[in-house]
Design a protein around this ligand. Sequence first.
Ligand code: CO8
Length: 266
Amino acid sequence: APESETAPEVRLDVDGDVAVVTIDRPRALNALSGDVLEALDAAFVQITDAAASVRGVLLVGEGGRAFVAGADISAMQGRGPEEGERMARLGHRVAERIEACPAPVIACVDGFALGGGLELALACDLIYATDASAFGQPEVRLGLIPGFGGTVRLPRVVGPARARELIYTGRRIDTEEAVRAGLVARRFPDRDALLAGARETIALIAQNSPVAVADAKHVLVAAAGRPTGEAVELEIDGFMHSFGTDDMREGVTAFLEKRTPGFSRG
Ligand code: CO8
């Protein structure tokens, strides 16, 4: 399993079958500079290459105040449309890496998840959060629009009406409201409980077939936003693929023999 420092401000630690990606730039509330985005990209490439051993990923922000307070505003001053496009494309590349990672990724939010920070969390499979968190798309307050999937993924998760309200007002919502909106899957009283809860979820995932979990993620990502007929075809392809795997033979046989299945390592 890889264990390395991909860049000073992003750490990748692999602990058994759990990978932890830590954004460590607390003096700027973990704002996404170009370097941080490049390092996140590299970390998720490395995890995907180690796919057989990693069963789940935790994405966390260091410092206790923020998951990520957005894209780095200090890098925007005096910049034109070319820089806007470059930043947005880099952000979207990171989102694609997270979506291409076969293991589920849990955004562990403890503090601010704003702008690009919320968009980063939305690219993950699940958002878990502490009660001390706040969520929002404040871009219009800066004269910007969301540039890293906010207009695309937020309405899918919370519905178009709530997404419009959040994007047009830029207002922040607390964890309780984020849970009600379907943005946060589970809330926790503090950071330790959050990380323990996320690890418990990965332990449950790790009992299942790695091939099936990866195929389910692949279909969920590929089908998002597609018309029903196309999405159904993608599901049928994935379901067909299941029927050709050793894990399917093992899982079905183990059920019928009333024993615990011994799945592949991915
Ligand atoms: N970028 C750069 N620095 C930041 C950012 C940021 N997004 N957020 C906070 N910081 C810095 C502050 O400048 C400050 O630095 P310093 O101590 O050197 O003055 C330090 O972090 C601490 O912040 P504050 O003093 O402001 O802390 P407060 O507790 O007073 O306030 C807030 C916390 C409310 C989170 C406040 O910092 C804030 O409003 N931050 C900006 C939030 C925001 O607008 N985010 C959206 C940014 S735009 C965006 O994300 C576009 C997405 C498109 C992405 C494209 C690809 C990635």
